[in-house]
Design a protein around this ligand. Structure first.
Ligand SMILES: Nc1ncnc2c1ncn2[C@@H]1O[C@H](COP(=O)(O)OP(=O)(O)O)[C@@H](O)[C@H]1O
Ligand SMILES: [Mg+2]
Length: 338
């Protein structure tokens, strides 16, 4: 099967020296949700801009939905959907007018457009506000409108660049619910960059971690977590029992056992599979248990492991980011000068 996105050695150098994106290669299969995770300045937006035909690369090759992006950027722009973090809809238009404008820009036939727009307004739960100016919308409503604008022409590949930055947890959850529905109903491929590790973890089938313009790790969320050496199972005995540690250590598959405040922390690659044998071993040894819990390492730890840095999610965009992005959007939609 032809991949939905294939990037081969893609790079972009700014001002001759700054390698914003450096030899990036990956493939995304149709229907997959692929996450690009990295700190500010890692090269996420630059990558999205190149893959969506909005920025010329200085190296490499990319094919999106069967089209060579670097030779046919305009053809790619028409085929894909794109949602930026930044507000791109016009706040002096109503929600419906924004969708009508987008439908016209993407050449959606007029007779189909009305039904499509009504359907999207309804689905994104902005139907009641459809005829209000979008400047009166809440953050969550605006994001849902952006998503509707991004998919007005039923793209097979949707690019989302930090689409939920600044939304509260409820707004984020709502936004992803719609994206997941679109994936389920239309088999849409999603390429998403995000600051939110928990989001990447729950939404993405696979994740690439990008740092200083280079991919430092790729895998499913659980593969990346497994790389850290596994889960932690905490076993708390009903009464203090010195023989417990040896009993736990003897169970096949246990990597290590450490005591902590009267409980024992057992490390294992697949914790859920080890819980029954651990509990059985305790029962055999006549040791009563007060509690057993399992903790998977989070992507925060994965990020730290691969980049040597904590992931800070409270950083906003810089002024340069904003200017670059607004310019890109205006060029993409042929609305420069606004
Ligand atoms: N148009 C530009 N001119 C010069 N430098 C740029 C430009 N766009 C991005 N950069 C630089 O490239 C690097 C990657 O930026 P970006 O792709 O926006 O990162 P991210 O989206 O991961 O935060 C940063 O160092 C940024 O300052
Ligand atoms: Mg960015």
């Amino acid at each position: 099967m032809e991949p939905a996105i294939r990037a081969e050695g893609v790079g972009r150098t700014f001002n001759r020296t700054l390698k914003a994106v450096d030899n990036v290669s990956f493939t995304v299969t149709p229907g997959e949700a692929f996450g690009f995770l990295g700190p500010n300045g890692a090269g996420k937006t630059t990558t999205v801009s190149m893959l969506t035909g909005n920025l010329r690369p200085t190296a490499g090759r990319a094919v999106v939905d069967g089209v060579d992006v670097f030779h046919h950027p305009e053809a790619v722009k028409r085929r894909i959907g794109l949602v930026f973090q930044e507000q791109t809809s016009d706040s002096d238009l109503t929600g419906r007018e924004n969708l009508e404008l987008a439908a016209a820009l993407f050449g959606v036939p007029r007779r189909d457009a009305t039904a499509t727009i009504d359907g999207l307004l309804d689905r994104m739960q902005i139907g009641d506000a459809a005829d209000r100016l979008t400047k009166t919308y809440s953050g969550g409503m605006r994001r849902r409108l952006e998503l509707a604008v991004g998919i007005i022409h039923s793209p097979r590949v949707l690019f989302l660049d930090e689409p939920t930055l600044g939304l509260d947890p409820q707004g984020r959850a709502g936004f992803w619910k719609y994206v997941q529905e679109l994936r389920r109903d239309h088999g849409m491929t999603v390429f998403v960059t995000t600051h939110y590790l928990d989001e990447a973890d729950s939404i993405c089938d696979r994740i690439a971690i990008i740092d200083h313009g280079r991919i430092v790790a790729t895998g499913t969320p659980s593969e990346l977590k497994d790389h850290l050496g596994g889960d932690v199972i905490t076993i708390r005995p009903a009464r203090e029992d010195r023989s417990l540690e040896a009993v736990l250590r003897a169970v096949p598959g246990v990597l290590s056992v450490a005591s902590q405040d009267g409980a024992f922390r057992v490390k294992a690659p697949r914790g859920e599979e080890l819980i029954p044998p651990l509990v059985n071993a305790c029962a055999h040894a006549g040791i009563g248990l007060a509690g057993v819990s399992l903790k998977r390492p989070s992507l925060d730890e994965v990020f730290l492991e691969f980049t040597g840095r904590e992931f800070r999610e409270d950083e906003g965009m810089t002024a340069t980011d904003r200017a670059v992005r607004v310019g890109q959007v205006q060029r993409a939609f042929g609305r420069g000068g606004r």
